[in-house]
Design a protein around this ligand. Structure first.
Ligand SMILES: Cc1cc2nc3c(=O)[nH]c(=O)nc-3n(C[C@H](O)[C@H](O)[C@H](O)COP(=O)(O)O)c2cc1C
Length: 429
């Protein structure tokens, strides 16, 4: 391990790390006590801006800049996105289960900074245990005076509500999430207006990911410039990656970005299982275009991933070894998106089903020569030009997400798709 890599294998939490006692015993809520007395809301906003903290939910938008867009109308809301449905991503789950008070302290600090008196934690329906732990932690925080009226005698009032979704991937998209929270169908809204101007109940709303807000206590305790000194420019701070697939040591790892993909897969992930060769990997959740060993020595940063035609997205890295049938892998991802398409936009609703059917017939040995052109044509109707970053004919980026696995296999493994269609034995299966 090079000393540039700070790695915390996240399962090293003590068994009671979710409790208020443990959190307070390790310095928890000390930052809040101090900040409510010594800092103005504007000072907190300035520290978050100086930290150059980029959102951990997928798009990597700078949190401080987003906070600056919050319109002055009252009331304003803070919504924590704990939907975490992107295949290959399981970091928020661990933060919710093992460190819920860190998130709550981040919520109170952020709410104070943003002039918010009502915050919501929207948790995906399948996360029963994380939701129980968060609910329990919220109750503990009320009892201890960290939530409710007149928090720590500061005059600040904040209510936090935990809301369990019904288990739809699309409700991770921030405006679909807001619709779902309001009791409507979980369908994305047209933007603009952005939530910071017109969000929950048409009021100014900040939506941030669990990991993003979990960074706030550290930033306020140590200062934005200290956070901004960690990691390479554009990818500041530590970040949790969920490493899965064919690596020897899958898990959540908190790292300073900037190491190479080789270090990520072979040192942090322990290399490929059974001594097999690496074939490719998904660098940032199922929506992200795939990487191949050609970029193993490139740095793991948000901007470098973008330059190379993909993204770090939600931080879910899925590694595939030489035994992987990549066409079947692409089908599996397309099936997921087809199932999760909300159906609002025709190119996504219809295109998803088309893509699934075509891939399905290729994988089951009924592919046609024309299918490659047809696949790409359907993809082009969803994401014109098939370029990166993607264009879209849909309201939200779920449409282009469908396209990523297909352009990935067409770019890197076209001969395998052709071999399947011609009933030749696909390589590496
Ligand atoms: C289809 C779709 C699904 C998404 N799912 C999630 C999710 O599960 N969790 C999340 O934090 N962000 C998700 N996002 C991103 C959110 O829309 C939003 O950008 C994010 O919550 C903002 O928080 P951040 O700035 O802290 O990253 C999703 C986006 C799309 C288009």
């Amino acid at each position: 391990m090079t000393d540039r890599i700070l790695t915390v294998r996240m399962e090293a939490h003590p068994a009671d790390s979710n409790t208020l006692d443990r959190y307070e015993a390790t310095g928890g809520y000390a930052t809040l006590r101090k900040a409510l007395v010594e800092m103005s809301p504007e000072q907190i906003r300035d520290e978050v801006k100086a930290a150059n903290l980029r959102g951990r939910g997928g798009a990597g938008f700078p949190a401080g800049v987003k906070w600056g867009f919050l319109a002055p109308a009252e009331p304003r809301y803070l919504v924590i996105n704990a939907d975490e449905s992107e295949p290959g991503t399981f970091k928020d789950r661990q933060l919710l289960e093992r460190d819920p008070h860190q998130l709550i302290e981040g919520i109170v600090l952020s709410s104070y900074a943003l002039g918010v008196n009502h915050a919501f934690i929207y948790i995906r329906g399948e996360y029963a245990r994380p939701a129980r732990r968060v609910q329990r932690a919220v109750e503990e925080a009320y009892d201890a005076g960290y939530l409710g009226e007149n928090i720590l005698d500061s005059g600040l009032a904040l209510d936090v509500m935990v809301h369990l979704g019904a288990g739809a991937y699309i409700c991770g998209e921030e405006t679909a999430l807001l619709n779902s929270l309001e009791g409507r169908r979980g369908e994305p809204r047209l933007k603009p207006p952005f939530p910071a101007v017109e969000g929950l109940y048409a009021k100014p709303t900040i939506v941030n990911n669990v990991e993003t807000i979990s960074n706030i206590p550290w930033i306020i305790a140590n200062g934005g410039s200290a956070y901004d000194a960690i990691g390479p420019e554009g990818s500041r701070g530590t970040r949790i990656f969920s490493l899965s697939g064919h690596v020897a040591r899958p898990g959540n790892y908190e790292v300073v970005m900037g190491m190479t993909w080789r270090e990520m897969i072979y040192q942090i992930g322990g290399g490929i299982r059974d001594g097999n060769e690496l074939k490719c990997w998904i660098p940032g959740g199922a929506s992200a275009p795939w990487f191949t060993p050609a970029v193993l020595d490139e740095p793991v940063t948000l901007d470098d991933a973008g330059r190379l035609g993909s993204m770090l997205g939600s931080g879910g890295i899925v590694v595939m070894d030489e035994t992987t049938d990549v066409v079947a892998a692409a089908l599996s991802i397309v099936k997921f998106f087809a199932h999760e398409s909300c159906g609002q936009c025709t190119p996504c609703r219809e295109g998803a089903t088309w893509l699934e059917r075509i891939l399905q017939r290729i994988v089951t040995g009924h592919g046609r020569e024309a299918d490659i052109g047809l696949l790409l044509d359907v993809c082009d109707n969803i994401s014109p030009g098939l370029r990166w970053p993607p264009a879209q004919t849909t309201i939200c980026p779920l449409g282009p997400s469908l396209v990523s696995p297909i352009t990935s296999i067409m770019t890197h493994f076209r001969s395998e798709v052709e071999a399947m269609i011609r009933h030749a034995e696909p390589a590496g299966v």
